[in-house]
Write a protein that binds this ligand. Structure first.
Ligand SMILES: *[C@@H]1O[C@H](CO)[C@@H](O)[C@H](O)[C@H]1NC(C)=O
Ligand SMILES: *[C@@H]1O[C@H](CO)[C@@H](O)[C@H](O)[C@H]1NC(C)=O
Ligand SMILES: *[C@@H]1O[C@H](CO)[C@@H](O)[C@H](O)[C@H]1NC(C)=O
Ligand SMILES: *[C@@H]1O[C@H](CO)[C@@H](O)[C@H](O)[C@H]1NC(C)=O
Ligand SMILES: *[C@@H]1O[C@H](CO)[C@@H](O)[C@H](O)[C@H]1NC(C)=O
Length: 540
């Protein structure tokens, strides 16, 4: 299992800045020109800072607002932007979201909670924390834009999309924390966050526009600078890539010969034979990034080797911990079991056996189980691929159904989604006889743009013929993105499936786009860890 939310910010050396600075402006200049070319054809892609008198913002600025969901908010943000420098326009968009959010955070102190209402007080605390993280993610995006490296443009823009998605998720988490609280705190918080949520969403749309355009430019020679950077890129990939490949192979061999302990930063064991007895203690050793400090880098994977044993803890990989890897002794030997359950009254996101808020998390050879009996196996808003994972459906509480995934993508252009590839979905023997009473589903649209793809997996007959379950009435039936591709087993028959607009029949090409290499550039960040994984489709 691996999840990619976030990447390192690379600071370029001073010497290179001049060249990079100029070429990034050229590239971004083209971005706006292209946008104008589509939306504002009368101008032939040329624009200047003179205005036609209808609004005070530049044409370049206004053209950006054509691509966002909340257009009025965008126009208000850019109303007094006179520059045609696309980098500045993008940064202004991001900055506006930060300013609005910081305002909301300050204002949230005015929300009063009754002394005898710990639930609302807890929600308010959780919400403020989430807002701080959201601000941190936005600031990282601005910082990235300020250090835009043309040679790594795809990576830079992908970073921003991931941070912006994360920022949106934190704001959503903030509102979710108030579920079932009494009083008007939830309504107040919702109205305070309205503006910041719109502006964060717009920022994501703008970043996605850059991403789409860079991707489409990939194989065309558009400018001298572009040519040069591609040549540079290519030379680097050839030389370093090859060296890296050999290093990987050597290391992989070593890993095989000497066992995972060789590379672990810390070791956890139940029997006390190593320094840590719990995963939670070991995680404290992981390098933290300061949520409010932009540009902080975690450069190295922090490997926690968890020896055989059953660990009864609710593990939280915090947002400040990135590049953490768990390696166990095998899924039936190293087992993490949670303790909390929904029924105990914890907010949903705190009920998980393991919750991952940090980025670039990888887990291998570990079993996860929730002994308390929960509704969803895997939920949240992340870009996560589960490979060669066995998901065992266990007997739920009396009147519950079982749902494997409840993905929470919030923006139609957001980069997140759950991908289950070459997995096995099966029933526990105690559950199997109950499969018609307590039905099992592949997923549920937890949020409007929920996205889940079941790929090249084995589905046992315990999966209900409908396949997917409604969340609340017809909510998100049209906007979600659920797909099954090249699955096998009795549960993989598609004839009885629910017929929502959001349940897609995808092509091989589309399916390939959800494999680690294409979905989140896994070759860049997973390969260096030498963990074996499947980068593309499993050959038939
Ligand atoms: C909120 O209340 C509803 C209805 O009583 C219930 O179904 C749901 O589980 C509750 N949610 C939380 C987080 O307690
Ligand atoms: C792009 O440039 C390379 C070398 O600079 C050349 O071989 C190639 O044909 C060019 N492609 C296009 C589409 O112009
Ligand atoms: C990241 O790691 C590389 C290679 O290990 C090193 O050269 C570089 O200085 C590191 N960067 C930071 C910011 O620590
Ligand atoms: C896919 O899963 C099967 C077990 O279901 C396993 O035997 C096979 O090695 C996996 N394929 C890859 C490429 O890992
Ligand atoms: C999905 O599309 C393919 C062709 O793209 C078609 O052969 C197949 O029948 C379709 N499946 C369903 C369930 O509609």
């Amino acid at each position: 299992m691996s999840g990619d939310h976030d990447f390192n910010v690379e600071h370029t050396k001073k010497k290179k800045v001049a060249f990079i600075g100029i070429s990034s402006l050229m590239m971004l200049g083209m971005v706006v020109a292209v946008t104008i070319g589509i939306k504002d054809t009368g101008n032939g892609g040329k624009y200047n800072d003179d205005d036609d008198g209808l609004a005070t913002s530049s044409k370049a600025a206004r053209s950006v607002c054509h691509v966002v969901e909340h257009r009025h908010a965008c126009e208000r943000t850019l109303a007094h932007v006179h520059t045609s420098d696309p980098n500045k326009i993008v940064q202004t968009t991001f900055n506006a979201a930060v300013v609005k959010l910081e305002g909301a955070l300050a204002k949230s102190s005015s929300i009063k909670v009754k002394k005898d209402d710990p639930r609302t007080a807890g929600a308010l605390e959780a919400c403020k924390e989430a807002m701080e993280y959201a601000i941190g993610d936005l600031k990282r995006s601005i910082d990235q834009m300020g250090h835009f490296d043309i040679r790594k443009r795809d990576e830079c823009v992908e970073n921003m999309r991931v941070w912006l998605s994360s920022s949106m998720t934190f704001l959503e988490t903030c509102i979710d924390a108030f579920e079932n609280t009494t009083g008007d705190a939830e309504e107040k918080m919702k109205s305070m966050l309205n503006g910041p949520r719109e502006l964060t969403c717009n920022s994501m749309d703008v970043a996605t526009e850059l991403y789409t355009i860079f991707k489409s430019l990939k194989n065309t020679n558009t400018s001298q600078a572009h040519k040069r950077s591609r040549a540079e890129e290519k030379g680097k990939v050839n030389k370093e890539g090859e060296a890296q490949l050999w290093a990987d192979l050597r290391e992989r061999k070593l890993l095989h010969e000497r066992g995972a302990t060789m590379r672990a930063d810390v070791i956890v064991s139940k029997d006390g034979s190593s320094k840590f007895k719990t995963i939670t203690e070991a995680l404290k050793e992981a390098p933290h990034i300061d949520a409010n400090k932009v540009g902080t880098i975690v450069n190295k994977t922090f490997v926690i080797y968890i020896k055989e044993g059953t660990y009864e803890e609710d593990v939280r990989v915090e947002a400040t911990m990135s590049n953490v890897m768990f390696i166990g002794d095998g899924p039936t030997k190293t087992i993490i079991t949670g303790k909390k359950s929904f029924a105990d009254g914890f907010a949903l996101y705190k009920t998980a056996t393991i919750s991952i808020m940090g980025r670039k998390f990888i887990a291998k050879d570990i079993g996860f189980e929730n002994s308390a009996g929960t509704i969803d196996f895997i939920f949240g808003n992340a870009a996560a691929v589960f490979q060669n994972t066995r998901l065992v459906i266990r007997k739920p509480l009396e009147d519950q159904d079982c749902v494997i995934t409840a993905q929470g993508r919030l923006n139609i252009k957001g980069p997140t989604g759950f991908i289950l590839q070459n997995c096995t979905i099966m029933a526990d023997p105690l559950y199997y006889p109950l499969r018609h009473k307590n039905k099992a589903f592949l997923g549920q649209p937890r949020k409007k743009f929920s996205r889940t793809i079941i790929l090249q997996s084995y589905l046992a007959d315990s999966i209900d013929a409908e396949g997917w379950k409604q969340w609340s009435g017809t909510f998100a039936e049209d906007t979600c993105y659920f797909a099954e591709f090249e699955n096998r087993g009795p549960g993989a028959t598609l004839t009885g499936r629910a017929k929502w607009h959001g349940i897609k029949n995808i092509s091989k090409h589309e399916a390939d786009g959800f494999t680690p290499e294409k979905f989140y550039d896994g070759n860049r960040w997973i390969r260096p860890t030498v963990v074996p994984y499947i980068p593309g489709m499993v050959p038939k």
